[in-house]
Write a protein that binds this ligand. Sequence first.
Ligand code: S3P
Length: 440
Amino acid sequence: MASLTITPGYPLRGTISVPGDKSITHRAIILTALAEGTSRITRYCRGEDCLNTMRALQSLGVKIDESAEELQVHGQGLWGLTEPDRLVDCGNSGTGIRLLTGLLAGQDFFTVLTGDASIRRRPMGRVVKPLREMGATIAGRKGGELAPLAVTGTTLRAMTYASPVASAQIKSALLLAALFAKGTTRLSEPRLSRDHTERLFKFYGLPLKREGTTLIMEGRPSVGWTAVPELTVPGDLSAAAFFIVGATIVPGSDVMITGVGINPTRTGLLEVMNRMGADIQLLNKREEAGEPVADIRVKSAPLRGVTIGPDLIPQTIDEFPVLCVAAAVAEGETVITGAEELRVKESDRIATMATELRSMGAQITERPDGLVVQGVGHEKENGRLTATGGQSHGDHRVAMSMAIGGLTASTVSVIHDTDCIETSFPGFNHKLLELLTERH
Ligand code: S3P
């Protein structure tokens, strides 16, 4: 089992890039696989989660050539997927298993989807139930609440559905199902979740419209879509988040992160950090594959606690572990409410972050739907946690957040069980080391 040793006392300095966006990579693989012709997906996320989605599409009959720089996807057209001859293993990826369940519900063959122990504990009813309303035949443990899921593809019918949860995975699974359903599907969600699927559908000219808060999707388009030769995935803001917080909380830091996606449905971290007093600049703004992108420059700054309510949760959802680290060294109290979704991520992130940060000397209290963090404050303790170790609980974002927390500790920290970082950010430790050893 891998571990990560963090030696504090060095500022983060220099220019780096981060892996391609994980959410967009999953979607790009699926949509290029359904396109007519060959696409190159460049700067894709090589994390295990996305590689599992790539392998899933390969097992569905799509030829994909893989190199470190790009994926070459030989699209099979809208109706070109074929039955796999074995289980589809989505590994640790909630996005992978939920999107693929939606995609496969309307095919004319049988598939079984599964994943690792964490995935087999996470709720699948949130996609299975609405898909069944569209006529899908899906069986699974606990009546379809848990994976493995056995999907007997069938002819789906369109539906009108108001999701009770602001979840891009639910929305995207249903949009992919709606693509193969007869009729017009209407979807809404309580708050806007990340809209990468909508943007990619639009990029490819698919018949999707938004009217107010409702998405309207015409199923079974008479013509499919043609591959766009090159699709460049923006850098992942959720990966950049670790360096944004790290550079902010370690005095003397100055970091530039190039080519990062700044889709407004993802930038809650930037908004919260700015409110906390961070020094973050967005430079060289541009657009890539229908997504806004910028270079992000971060310099260290003292932080103060803030209140984060339900309105900001969807666009910040994956950044709460590292935000808790920022809150732990800020001046004053940070209160997070309306974030109960954190309990059903790769780990129960309310419980795991409370446990781990407490063991690093932070004052943190769990609430059913969030956390209250009492910052150590720069005046009293020089913004330092007391150290010494941490457990990832098999959760990549917890592992990387603890590593960032260790940068402000008073002694060396060892973060245990860090193999999970591979799911989203291969090479994280090298990037961090690069920034810590940069000399000017
Ligand atoms: C994702 C959506 C979010 C997010 C996850 C990726 C996606 O999950 O937490 O890491 O790519 O659609 P929910 O849809 O469960 O909120």
